[in-house]
Write a protein that binds this ligand. Structure first.
Ligand SMILES: Cc1cc2nc3c(=O)[nH]c(=O)nc-3n(C[C@H](O)[C@H](O)[C@H](O)COP(=O)(O)OP(=O)(O)OC[C@H]3O[C@@H](n4cnc5c(N)ncnc54)[C@H](O)[C@@H]3O)c2cc1C
Length: 364
């Protein structure tokens, strides 16, 4: 521990999920900044970022998310040179909804309001449902998320970012409304900037470690199930999300990955599975996808989608504390939006509360 006392980093990022890793990646392009990423787990990606449905959702109909999602999708479909392999299945997606909502969403760039029969032809498991249309988005698809996380972290480390796994942030010293240092489970580091990218723990980190009065960041639990049926499911099917009936599915390993749209408030913790949700699976699958026939559950898990009470992402500098930056509250959009989140937060750090000689002397 003693060797780490009084080590200085310009920026300390808390959390090596997609949010923290992406901030580190973009910040690492600033050659004269020293950056430390703290991850309390021994492996990055053990929580939300390792438990997602891996969907690229480029259009959602909320302007703020859509601009991040569009930028994120550009990055995911065409990663920059040297990023490494980033496998994507460019399947497209069908979102099912009522006609007036389909008209609105289908008018957005990249989206197309189409007849439900087209979706039923491409995805024969779907049934015709009255008063429902489909919005097709060609740029959507399925991504290998572990490669995205690795790509961010590899790129960041190549440029000198230090990643310390198994090291937990415990407290932040703030003097005259300015971040001064952090204490971890293994040492103390002086720093001018902290990025709160702690996922489900982001509110706790700010509140308990730094004593910041925070907006309420609420983790909610969601489950995913991988089902295997008699007939194999083609990998090329677009993914389907029925907004009115609140479920989605996509091909996975010859079977289906299914989400029942559960969204139950939870506390920050290693998100456990709830057998009650699994208990509802058969009935919901029979109701919405009767053509699937008998199936068995091959795998199931739960993860947190963490949102601010306002529903907006928390990005960039804190209003009250100099040197405190947010990269949190990404809800169910953190895979698609992570490249844009990282770029914007990194730019805010470089522009903002770092000592001026550093902020002005660098370029992206
Ligand atoms: C079931 C499910 C399906 C989803 N599907 C999709 C999808 O298809 N497409 C999409 O775009 N998004 C999806 N999401 C959302 C996406 O997974 C999240 O928005 C994203 O992973 C959030 O990343 P994060 O880095 O903020 O959080 P995390 O990945 O949870 O990372 C936070 C990290 O901070 C660490 N940490 C916490 N406290 C400390 C501390 N004190 N010190 C050090 N480290 C700390 C944690 O260990 C953790 O590794 C889904 C989410 C869920 C749960």
């Amino acid at each position: 521990m003693s060797s780490r006392i009084n080590t200085r980093f310009d920026v300390v990022i808390v959390g090596a999920g997609l949010a923290g890793a992406s901030v580190a990646y973009f910040l690492s392009k600033q050659k004269n900044l020293s950056v430390l990423v703290l991850e309390k787990e021994l492996e990055p990606g053990r929580h939300s970022s390792g438990r997602s449905a891996s969907l690229i959702r480029s259009v959602c109909g909320h302007p703020e998310v859509d601009s991040l999602a569009a930028e994120g999708t550009d990055f995911l479909l065409t990663p920059p040179p040297g990023f490494g392999e980033l496998p994507v299945r460019p399947t497209g997606s069908y979102f099912l909804m009522n006609p007036s909502e389909a008209k609105r969403l289908g008018s957005l760039p990249g989206a197309e309001d189409v007849d439900l029969s087209r979706a039923c032809r491409e995805v024969p498991l779907l049934q015709a449902t009255e008063n429902t249309r489909a919005v097709f988005t060609a740029r959507d698809g399925v991504l290998e998320v572990s490669c995205l996380l690795e790509g961010f972290l590899r790129g960041a480390r190549r440029n000198g970012v230090v990643l310390r796994t198994g090291e937990e942030l415990q407290s932040v010293e703030i003097h005259r409304s300015r971040v001064c240092s952090v204490r971890t489970s293994l040492g103390i580091y002086s720093t001018g900037a902290v990025v709160d990218a702690a996922g489900a723990w982001a509110g706790d980190v700010a509140d308990q470690a730094a004593g910041l009065a925070v907006p309420s960041l609420l983790p909610a639990r969601r489950h995913l199930f991988v089902l295997q049926a008699k007939d194999p499911i083609p990998e090329t099917w677009p993914y389907v999300w029925d907004l009115d009936r609140n479920y989605y599915f996509r091909p996975e390993g010859g079977g289906l990955l299914v989400c029942l749209g559960d969204n139950d408030p939870d506390s920050p913790r290693d998100c456990p599975r709830d057998p009650a949700v699994k208990g509802r699976l058969s009935q919901r699958v029979q109701q919405h996808l009767p053509g699937l026939g008998d199936f068995r559950v091959v795998e199931w898990w739960a993860g947190h989608r963490t949102k601010d009470a306002s529903g907006k992402f928390l990005l960039g500098p804190d209003r009250d504390i100099d040197g405190w930056f947010w990269a949190a509250g990404l809800g169910g959009h953190g895979v698609t939006c992570s490249p844009a989140v990282g770029r914007r937060v990194a730019e805010a750090i470089v522009r903002g509360a770092l000592p001026r000689e550093r902020a002005s002397g660098t370029s992206a």
